[in-house]
Design a protein around this ligand. Structure first.
Ligand SMILES: C[S@@+](CC[C@H](N)C(=O)[O-])C[C@H]1O[C@@H](n2cnc3c(N)ncnc32)[C@H](O)[C@@H]1O
Length: 288
């Protein structure tokens, strides 16, 4: 790659998505951007960089950003968060939301959909405890391609073999050859949208639980802080945030604190900028 081109690509990716590419990722950039060059009928990365310098069209920028996202996911990834959701979070919500009978969950950075479908399966397995309740799952990702794949809910044999117990596979998926598609009953409760975590999320509403797992690792500290601040504004007063196993709030934000004995689970504090206590009260009123 020519001198200066790495910075050009890395700057665009950082500005548009928050994803921070360090020089040691140059090989990744090169291999992933070759397919973008081919898609735009450009002979090489040099021509791709020249085109980008001349004209930052939305289509080109979008394809570059999508190519640099890492979409690794699996059903019930790391298992523990889904057990915490079933055994710790859900009983709390059943108590605290018994009048409204509404639970809203956001899978922020849902990739190809395994995370929201895993949550939907847990909720369906527990449905006898929440008869007549309305459950809304909103699943978002910056990548259009991933959101489309998630919406479709079709997985290959390898994907369903990773983390998905066979009895849940048989119960919630229909088989077509070597492909498995999530049954409509499960998919119906989830709304999929393209959404950039750098943007204001107020249009998505307020949530009781947010899963924002394995995405902050791609951001620098400043961006992590900004994203966590945005997310804190989308949680109810007693709402809970799940982060990935390698992610932490320590030294990044004081808007969250750890929930005791629940690794990877965080709750909103009142340590925000002036006025954030008012915000918490407004949110409480909104969800009352
Ligand atoms: C490694 S996957 C994590 C998927 C899932 N949460 C899990 O833990 O298995 C990271 C996802 O974050 C998405 N992503 C990266 N930057 C984003 C941003 N600024 N806004 C929304 N999603 C983003 C990527 O497209 C990718 O699908």
């Amino acid at each position: 790659m020519r001198a200066g081109d790495f910075d050009l690509f890395a700057d665009v990716v950082k500005k548009e998505s928050g994803i921070h590419l360090t020089e040691d990722k140059a090989y990744l950039l090169e291999s992933r951007l070759m397919s973008v060059a081919r898609k735009h009928n450009l002979a090489s990365l040099d021509t791709l960089a020249d085109n980008l310098r001349q004209q930052k069209t939305a289509a080109l920028v979008n394809d570059i950003v999508e190519a640099m996202t890492t979409n690794e996911s699996s059903f019930f990834r790391d298992q523990r968060p889904f057990e915490q959701f079933r055994n710790f979070v859900l009983p709390r919500l059943i108590q605290s939301r018994r009048d409204k009978k509404l639970i809203r969950i956001w899978s922020a950075a849902c990739s190809s959909g395994q995370e929201p479908y895993s949550l939907a399966m847990v909720l369906d397995e527990e449905k006898a405890k929440i008869p007549g309740w309305k459950i809304e799952i909103v699943a978002t990702d910056i990548s259009n391609e991933m959101v489309e794949k998630a919406k479709q809910g079709t997985y290959n044999q390898f994907e369903v073999q990773r983390g998905l117990p066979i009895q849940l596979l048989v119960k919630y998926f229909k088989q077509e050859g070597d492909r498995w598609t999530v049954k409509d009953e499960l998919r119906r409760g989830i709304s999929f949208k393209t959404f950039n975590l750098m943007d204001d999320a107020s249009s998505l509403g307020v949530f009781d639980v947010i899963f924002c797992r394995n995405v902050l690792i791609y951001f620098d500290s400043e961006t992590k802080g900004k994203v966590l601040e945005n997310i804190s504004r989308r949680l109810t007063e007693d709402g809970l945030l799940f982060l990935g196993g390698a992610e932490t709030i320590i030294g990044v934000t004081d808007r969250f604190k750890s929930v005791q004995e629940q690794r990877g689970v965080f709750q909103v504090t009142c340590n925000g900028p002036p006025g954030s206590n008012v915000l918490l009260k407004q949110r409480a009123a909104l969800t009352a």
